[in-house]
Design a protein around this ligand. Structure first.
Ligand SMILES: [Zn+2]
Ligand SMILES: [Zn+2]
Length: 482
């Protein structure tokens, strides 16, 4: 077992912090967080489980024997009900408490408490379980993980990520000297913690063409610690006008794998995993994506975007989706004129920003059209109309400067979420910005504010039982939980 990563939704974090910081007599308090554990191996990346918080349960007064500003003593018996729930719902028990009067670290008493709790759970639920401990201190969350097989060994987590806008990242490791020269400029602009937080993140890039390849290469250079690249396509000659890092020799070879080779050759600290497949039909690629903290959608594919749109709610991720579109018309002499051309950056978190449906980026009809076209590649526009389907494809010319500019803007958006620096005029929404390359304007579409939306700010997908991955039989059953 390697350094795991914890993810809390902003509302879960706030609930815990309010509970710890507003007790009547400043006494120490305890709570339970139930986690879902994603135990996923990605070739090329270090082993790192993701624990996603599902539920917060503050300790009931009746469970407490005594408490003071420096201790909390509780009964084990009432917790058995929660142990049972962990077993039935395949959840990991997380014990969370605070130290109102310090110390700022786990104490020896905490070691004893955790081992007692772990043994009690393991006696009931078996030897394969893991256990999470979190401590709320003046400097934020401290967290560690234990396994029933080795109860005495507490492994510190890699970070605790809170999916708010901006992101909060606690407990990340401070960087070594090895790469400080490479990241000197980043540290000058945003501070060393920014570089270290970027280093701690695992970022999935879906689609490694015109927008994905510049995002991934510049992201790696900026200090992203781990990248997962997913693309089912081979490089075509017509891609060479815009992809970053790929060469004529790579034509006919898979884009994700060749980009992995290129990024590894740059010689920065990033670790890269690559999947030669598409996200909506390869269970392994989706698992790798679920293991990421951040997902960057760089595909033109509506079916793929639909999967990523659901995934962020199920796996509590930050999602940045990129798109290009516009209008080309002919002039009097029949020469094309670029009338309108934009790059779009959508930034969605499980509890803020509108989903891709509400943003008008994807549409059920377009998804169905694409699925139908995959089955019948020769369907004409007329035949689709007969089926009441339509293409949503905004015909994007895919010219290097525009694809690159959109990708660069998206990476700068990720920077802003880690270390806020932007001062947006009020008419620009955080969750959707369009760069108009012809009229040289930034704009945002109107919000839809659809209270009925099944995705926007809903917990339904976070709490769903994933018999099939994302409830899609085509993606197969997931058997690794705990
Ligand atoms: Zn303690
Ligand atoms: Zn929505």
């Amino acid at each position: 077992m390697n350094a795991a990563r914890l993810t809390l939704l902003g509302s879960q974090h706030n609930e815990l912090v309010n509970y710890f910081e507003k007790p009547s007599k400043g006494e120490e308090r305890a709570a339970i967080v139930l986690f879902r554990r994603l135990h996923i191996n990605v070739d090329g990346l270090p082993d790192s489980d993701r624990f996603i918080a599902q539920d917060v349960i503050p300790f009931d007064k009746a469970w407490i024997n005594s408490s003071s500003p420096s201790h909390v003593d509780f009964k084990l018996a009432p917790l058995r009900e929660v142990f049972r729930r962990c077993e039935e719902e395949k959840l990991v028990f997380g014990f969370v408490h605070n130290h109102p009067e310090g110390p700022n670290e786990f104490s020896i008493k905490d070691d004893d408490n955790e081992i007692t709790l772990l043994k009690a759970i393991s006696n009931r639920n078996g030897k394969d379980i893991t256990f999470v401990a979190m401590l709320w201190t003046k400097s934020g969350w401290k967290a560690r993980v234990r396994a029933a097989a080795l109860p005495e060994k507490a492994l510190p987590v890699r970070h605790t990520l809170v999916t708010t806008d901006p992101l909060k990242i606690y407990g990340y490791r401070e960087s070594s000297e090895d790469h400080s020269e490479i990241h000197k400029r980043g540290a000058t602009a945003f501070g060393q913690p920014f570089v270290d937080m970027l280093q701690s993140l695992r970022v999935g890039v879906v689609g490694t063409g015109g927008t994905g390849s510049p995002f991934a290469t510049l992201g790696a250079r900026a200090g992203i610690g781990e990248l997962v690249l997913i693309d089912g396509d081979d490089l075509a000659l017509s891609n060479l006008n815009r992809v970053r890092g790929l060469k004529r020799n790579d034509v006919g070879k898979n884009k994700a794998s060749k980009l992995k080779d290129f990024i590894e050759d740059i010689g920065v600290s990033v670790k890269v995993g690559a999947y030669e497949s598409i996200i909506d039909s390869d269970p392994k690629a989706l698992d790798a994506l679920a293991s990421c903290d951040v997902v960057v959608g760089c595909t033109d594919d509506f079916v793929g975007r639909d999967v990523m749109n659901i995934a962020i709610y199920a796996y509590a991720q930050l999602y940045i989706d990129l798109g290009l579109g516009g209008r080309i018309m002919d002039d009097k002499r029949g020469q094309p004129v670029l009338r309108y051309h934009f790059g779009r950056i959508s930034t969605i978190l499980p509890e803020s920003g509108e989903c891709l449906f509400c943003q008008g980026v994807i549409h059920e009809k377009w998804i169905q059209t694409q699925l139908l076209k995959r089955e019948n590649p020769n369907l004409t526009k007329e035949e689709l109309k007969e089926r009441y389907l339509e293409d949503g494809g905004e015909e994007a010319p895919g010219v290097g400067p525009f694809t690159s500019a959109t990708a660069d803007f998206a990476l700068a958006t990720l920077f802003d979420l880690i270390k806020p620096y932007r001062r947006r005029p009020p008419e620009l929404r955080r969750d959707m910005i369009q760069i108009d390359f012809v009229n040289m304007e930034l704009s945002s579409r109107q919000t839809k504010s659809n209270n009925e939306c099944p995705y926007c700010r809903q917990r339904k997908f976070l709490l769903m039982k994933e018999t099939y991955r994302l409830k899609r039989p085509v993606l197969g059953k997931r058997d690794e939980y705990i």
